[in-house]
Design a protein around this ligand. Structure first.
Ligand SMILES: C[S@@+](CC[C@H](N)C(=O)[O-])C[C@H]1O[C@@H](n2cnc3c(N)ncnc32)[C@H](O)[C@@H]1O
Length: 212
């Protein structure tokens, strides 16, 4: 039996994000035929947009129940250009430089710092040298709007550990901190959902000596 959280995510959050999912494609300049990996794809909301727009898309997540919903969204209609697999974002099952685009949507704020770092380094590793990373996550600081209030409430209800990670992410400066940590160069950014979310298009910069 499915637990309520994946169903809640599918019914509420995915619906709330529909327009932003579509906007993300044009924001990043994604075209049919591009190879795209969505890390921590959850119920496949973003992945379904990639598939629908003719990209060769892959989505990974660690939660089997989330992936059941993701598969049900991309597999009917024989979308043969989409792969959904269970994997740990800290150890991606792909070769170096496999993808033109790698997206991480709403997944970094809830991870502990050690996993954030592994995730970003893995995202870099599988992105082509001339490819891009697309990050979407909470703005830091959050604006004082009802959408931001709703988001903070959802984060609080998601559990103590989850909320502590969210607060830590906010305190460190959100995606700005993630870009610095991953040695990523920001090309552009846009605020969406009443400024509660920030979208960033970034490129990997060479990692200097002393960094793993
Ligand atoms: C908030 S959801 C991500 C939302 C999704 N990217 C979207 O656009 O709607 C966070 C996801 O991270 C996944 N996750 C947590 N730890 C993970 C790990 N170590 N490896 C892969 N996925 C992980 C969870 O199962 C969950 O589906």
């Amino acid at each position: 039996m499915l637990s309520p959280f994946p169903l809640f995510y599918f019914a509420v959050i995915d619906r709330l994000l529909r327009r932003i999912r579509a906007f993300l494609l044009s924001f990043a300049g994604m075209r049919a035929g591009a190879t795209v990996l969505d890390i921590c794809c959850a119920t496949g909301g973003q992945l379904a947009f990639f598939a629908k727009h003719g990209m060769h898309a892959a989505g990974i997540d660690i939660n089997a129940q989330m992936l059941r919903i993701a598969r049900s969204r991309v597999q009917p209609g024989a979308v043969s250009n989409t792969l959904v697999c269970r994997a740990n974002a800290g150890h991606l099952p792909f070769r170096d430089e496999s993808f033109d685009f790698v997206s991480i949507c709403l997944a970094l704020h809830e991870k502990p710092p050690w996993l954030q770092e592994q995730l970003v380094l893995e995202a870099r590793r599988v992105t082509r040298e001339d490819g891009f990373l697309v990050l979407m996550d909470y703005s830091a600081p959050m604006p004082k709007t009802w959408t931001a209030g709703l988001a903070v409430t959802i984060e609080f209800l998601a559990g103590r550990q989850h909320f502590l990670c969210f607060r830590d992410y906010q305190r460190k400066g959100g995606l700005k901190f993630i870009l610095d940590m991953g040695n990523l160069h920001e090309i552009k950014q846009e605020l969406v959902l009443g400024n509660a979310l920030t979208l960033v298009l970034a490129k990997p910069m060479p990692i200097g000596p002393g960094r793993v």
